[in-house]
Design a protein. Sequence first.
Length: 494
Amino acid sequence: MATVGIVGAGVAGLAAAIRLQASGHAVTIFEKNAQVGGKMYTLKKDGFRWDTGPSVITMLPVFEDLFSEVGRNLEDYLIFDAVDPLTRYFFANGQQLDAKQDLAEMCAQIAAIAPDDVAGYLEFLQRASEIHRITGPVFIYQQPPKVADFLQVPFRDMLKVDSMRSMQASIESLVQSPEIRQLLGRFATYVGGSPYAAPATLNVIANVEMTQGVWYPRGGIYAIATALEKLARELGVTIHCDSPVTAIDVNAAGQATGITADGIHHPFAAVIANADVLPVHKTLLPQTPVVKRRLRKLENQQPSCSGFVMLLGVQAEHAALAHHNIFFSGDYKREFVQIFDEGVPPTEPTVYAAITSKSTPSDAPMGMENWFVLVNAPAADGRFDWETEAANYKSVVLETLAKHGIDLSDKIVSETILTPLDLQAMSGANRGALYGASANSRWTAFQRPHNQSAEVAGLFFAGGTTHPGGGIPMVTLSGKVAAQLAQAYLTQNC
Ligand SMILES: Cc1cc2nc3c(=O)[nH]c(=O)nc-3n(C[C@H](O)[C@H](O)[C@H](O)COP(=O)(O)OP(=O)(O)OC[C@H]3O[C@@H](n4cnc5c(N)ncnc54)[C@H](O)[C@@H]3O)c2cc1C
């Protein structure tokens, strides 16, 4: 049995801890916040409850695997219900569409808006499912890809991966209606990217959601963090909350020897960093030449987008709305230019609203709704002053909703706003970026930081800023890969 220290109790940190402890190691997690979960967090205020971070959960088998691999049944810890419709879409021209997992129902929804696009949608799904078949083993479910791995893929399959053009270009080759194009393109934002820049390979994300569904755990999204914490503690993982790590300790031979927290050196045979890789290299590791070189590479990568979040208690019930709602802007391209090129939040944003009281009435007082409102925003780089502009930007978002016929202005009885700066402070994410480096390059999958440090022996990375990327299912997989690599290292070295 070896000892492993983990920096951070986000979903990836917990997933790595569960697997390593179940394999016979003694795992200790140090978390700077008062609670586990990282970006997955819940707020109770004024009689309402909100999930303040992730709200859309896909890829259920990833969670089933985590529990079954350590001899437990997921259902004993978490009950997931399918969300139907997956999302209700409101377009700028007043049209509306309910996204459905059932293919016939989804085709009927598309036909009501753009009958000529049904065939293109089916072709889109077919191509995206091929991408999933080909890239899954290389880019998602295994250790980080090497160009050599990708070269093993048969040539005819490589072409199908569609990495040379943007998501939008691929979508536009298949469907003509601006509304269906906008709907399919929005999945770039699931990894913090732009559909106009991210490679068409990422159309796989739409396919996963549209064909495998969206899930909501009873009790709210934070129930996932609670369940992971319960499982980890049952297995024997030690979790210290309110314990910021100030250093990952490395000896003269370049080997991780432990963690410093609360001014004390805690020795470990291996260390896993669940915190954002960039601040880990900048503030937790000794500034050796190799660490500094890695840091420069990380700093040169464009960050993914951040978010502007409003948690609203709304004194009204909107029968026309669903659990997940998207209110699209009229100029989607402009939004991404503003976010990624101009560094300002969109002046006419697409607005996402999750109202969990639609599924769990106790999340809001009787006759009211709990709105989680999210607008894509640039990672904080000083070009937009959130300290002074947040209140004004709230008005921009409310005016946008009003244009869609939803006037909340005199119905808000509780309000909490989270800007990219708040998201940075809460999770330690570099510049508040939600998903690490942006996916706006065809090389992202290869450039994403590896789960094993090349600079420090015995140091591993788990989380949304490393392979295979951000989002709750992906970081759960990241925890798995980091645990496997740490296990191999411990077997060899201890
Ligand atoms: C507003 C918002 C909406 C999102 N929507 C979705 C969605 O709908 N679906 C989806 O799948 N994903 C969504 N995401 C992304 C998802 O939440 C993240 O990809 C995921 O939670 C990241 O998990 P993680 O374990 O990698 O890191 P984190 O959750 O960032 O956890 C890292 C942990 O490390 C801790 N830490 C950092 N530094 C230190 C230190 N020095 N010492 C000790 N502890 C430290 C942090 O406090 C934190 O708890 C959203 C995120 C946000 C913020």
